[in-house]
Each structure stands twice: as structure tokens, then as C-alpha cells.
Design a protein around this ligand. Structure first.
Ligand SMILES: Nc1nc2c(ncn2[C@@H]2O[C@H](COP(=O)(O)OP(=O)(O)OP(=O)(O)O)[C@@H](O)[C@H]2O)c(=O)[nH]1
Ligand SMILES: [Mg+2]
Length: 194
């Protein structure tokens, strides 16, 4: 969180985390298309030739009020590929809320767990944890065959009982709902600590 008192502006950082190819960039692309251009900035994406995120994606949204201040929500995605560990640590600095985008496909469960563990480790290095930072879980790719049931995903990933949202990010299903849930969560948390 960064507050510019002169401008009455409060900057909040929301990071979309999760394993490679789970659909983090797809979430931001859909939000960019759907949100009124007067409420959002440009979508900055840095991609490899294979359309994978290189370093991060970024989108700024501006709406609502917190105690008379204008909140700016800075949305970032991390690069999910295992070898971009350093970038993930940097992007997570100063995070206010997290959307964990899990891939519902059965054969991606290990990658979901590894990524969640990687997230927890990086938060601990920042003096935070999954228990102290607001976060929500998005179960993405619900349209595909061979997916885990919501109960299985809950059992393996949702040990802290955070809000969960089922999604098909390529069609936009669940994307705005996920964004609303994390924004509500972050705003409630900020109001408590301000
Ligand atoms: N069938 C299906 N495909 C999806 C869904 N969401 C995303 N995809 C596809 O999955 C692929 C990867 O999506 P990205 O959004 O680039 O994944 P990412 O999480 O940003 O991946 P990294 O940048 O490597 O971490 C793309 O081909 C998307 O079109 C979904 O809900 N269903
Ligand atoms: Mg990406």
C-alpha cells in the first residue's frame, strides 16, 4: 500500500499468482476488455515468443472511495514458469491482495501445490504469510475434461478456507466476480489498518 496524501490517492497492489498456463494473463486481458476505459489504464504485457508471461503483466484500475481517498488498484500477474523465481519475488513486494489462479485439470494439481508453496515462501520472506494477506482462490479451466471436482480442489488447496470462484477465463466466466471478491477483501483489510 502506498498513500499519496497530497493527491488523496491510495495505491493498492493485487497480484495474480499461480502455475504456468493457469490463465492469469487471460484474466487481465478480459478485465481490460470489459472495464470502462475511463476507469482503467493500458494493459502492459511482456510476452515470450510462445505467448508466456516474461516478467509480468500490469493493469491499473481506478474507482470507489476509501475514507475520502481515491483508490488505485494495480493488478499484476507473475510469470508462472518455474525458472522465473526471482521475478516472482520482486513482483510480490508490497502486495495487498492475491488471486491464486489454479488450473482445475487433474494432471496440474502438483503444479498448483508447488506454486502455492512458492507463494507462501515468498510471502514469508516479506514478513507476511497466507494467513495475513487477503487472498482468494480461482478454480479456472472448468470447461475442460479431466478436471478435479471442486471438493478435491478445496481439500488440497483451500486449507485456509478463503473465498473460491469457479472460472472459465477464456470466456470471461468468473473473472469479474473474482476481481470483485479480492477488491472487497482488500478494501475491508485496508479500512481496518488505516
Ligand atoms: N480451455 C481453457 N483454456 C484457458 C482458460 N483460461 C486460459 N486458457 C488458456 O490457457 C493458456 C494459458 O493462459 P495464460 O493466461 O497465458 O496463462 P498464464 O497463467 O498467464 O501463464 P504464464 O504467463 O506462463 O504464467 C492460453 O492458451 C489460454 O487461452 C480456460 O478457462 N479454459
Ligand atoms: Mg501469463
Amino acid at each position: 500500500m502506498f498513500i499519496n496524501w497530497a493527491q488523496k490517492e491510495i495505491n493498492l497492489k493485487i497480484v495474480y499468482y499461480g502455475p504456468g498456463l493457469s490463465g492469469k494473463t487471460t484474466n487481465l486481458e478480459y478485465i481490460y476488455q470489459q472495464i470502462d476505459p475511463s476507469l482503467r489504464g493500458e494493459l502492459v504485457t511482456l510476452k515470450t515468443r510462445e505467448e508466456r508471461t516474461l516478467y509480468f503483466d500490469f493493469l491499473q484500475l481506478e474507482f470507489g472511495r476509501i475514507k475520502g481517498m481515491h483508490p488505485k488498484f494495480n493488478l499484476y500477474t507473475i510469470p508462472g514458469q518455474v525458472y522465473y523465481a526471482q521475478s516472482r519475488r520482486i513482483i510480490l513486494r508490497g502486495v495487498d491482495g492475491i488471486v491464486f489462479v489454479a488450473d482445475s485439470q487433474r494432471d496440474r494439481m502438483i503444479e498448483n501445490l508447488d506454486s502455492l508453496l512458492d507463494l507462501e515462501e515468498n510471502l514469508i520472506n516479506e514478513g507476511k504469510s497466507l494467513e495475513s494477506v487477503p487472498w482468494v482462490l480461482q478454480y479456472n479451466k472448468r470447461d475442460l475434461p479431466h478436471i478435479s471436482t471442486v471438493e478435491e480442489l478445496d481439500r488440497k488447496l483451500n486449507f485456509l478456507r478463503v473465498p473460491t470462484i469457479e472460472a472459465v477465463a477464456v470466456r470471461g466466466t468468473g473473472v469479474i466476480e473474482t476481481l470483485k471478491r479480492i477488491i472487497q477483501h482488500v478494501m475491508a483489510h485496508v479500512q481496518e489498518v488505516m
